[in-house]
Design a protein. Structure first.
Length: 260
């Protein structure tokens, strides 16, 4: 089984910077970490590869400083590392991102299975997996928590709002992984020692034969109108005294403000 696993580097909390003109994240200047939910997707991909004798190709659409994230993926069991990077991708929404990943999948494929994390912590849209499937004209199953491989199909269990759903899905297929699916393994010491020998293949927009009109801000129908850092203004009053005095003063304040 040949498996493509999509990984997304996200800004480390506290390192986020906003471009005042495009209203998008300045990812090149942010310290990047692997999207936590994608760890479960990677673990699911590696487990399946181990069961089926397959290979895991990790693909990430990200700026050049994301190479270390892909090297982490190698330590967790990935076989091939591909970074899809080009300034033309900057400012992409989920539709432009999924199109870019679909072009990469066509260039690197064919794949029996494409796996994504259920959501990214910086966007929280959960749209890229299903949209990727649509670009590739493949079926998709979201929120998967159990996977049993069979010849030509997967037996899946997915979470629903009020329970679980069990189904069989033919390959090729796109799935998104729930964080209940597994417990990600620690990095392999042997693989950590080999990281300097591992190649991260870098592909540009031209390399994946992507159409310019579908990329980045130009190919994004959803755009951020404005961004701002919230300002917090408030007054603090310290109430002291006996329990009766404090309670009376608190009630007085609540009445003055029309809260009771």
């Amino acid at each position: 089984m040949r498996i493509m696993c999509c990984l997304k580097p996200v800004p480390k909390p506290g390192s986020v910077k906003i471009d005042p003109e495009t209203h998008t994240l300045k990812r090149e200047e942010s310290e990047l970490v692997l999207n936590p939910y994608d760890r479960y997707a990677l673990e699911a991909a590696v487990e399946l590869a181990e069961k089926t004798g397959g290979r895991v190709v990790v693909v990430s659409m990200a700026p050049p400083n994301a190479k270390n994230i892909l090297l982490e993926a190698f330590a967790f069991g990935a076989d091939e590392l591909v970074l899809v990077s080009d300034r033309a991708f900057a400012g992409a929404d989920t539709l432009a991102t999924s199109y870019t990943l679909a072009c990469a999948a066509k260039k690197l494929g064919p794949f029996d299975l494409i796996i994504c994390g259920k959501v990214s912590v910086d966007g929280e849209t959960a749209q890229v997996g299903p949209e990727l499937a649509a670009w590739l004209n493949l079926p998709s199953v979201t929120w998967v928590k159990e996977i049993t491989p069979h010849e030509g199909y997967l037996e899946l269990v997915r979470t629903r709002e009020f329970g679980e759903e069990r189904l069989k899905a033919k390959l090729p297929l796109v799935i998104t992984i729930e964080n209940e699916a597994n417990i990600p393994r620690p990095p392999s010491i042997k693989r950590l020692l080999k990281q300097d020998e591992v190649e991260v293949k870098v592909l540009s927009a031209k390399d994946i034969e992507a159409q310019e009109d579908y990329l980045g801000l130009k190919g994004s129908p959803t755009q951020v109108v404005d961004t701002f850092a919230p300002e917090y203004q408030g007054k603090r009053e310290l109430i002291s005294g006996s329990a009766e005095e404090v309670s009376e003063r608190l009630l007085s304040i609540l009445k003055e403000r029309g809260l009771i």
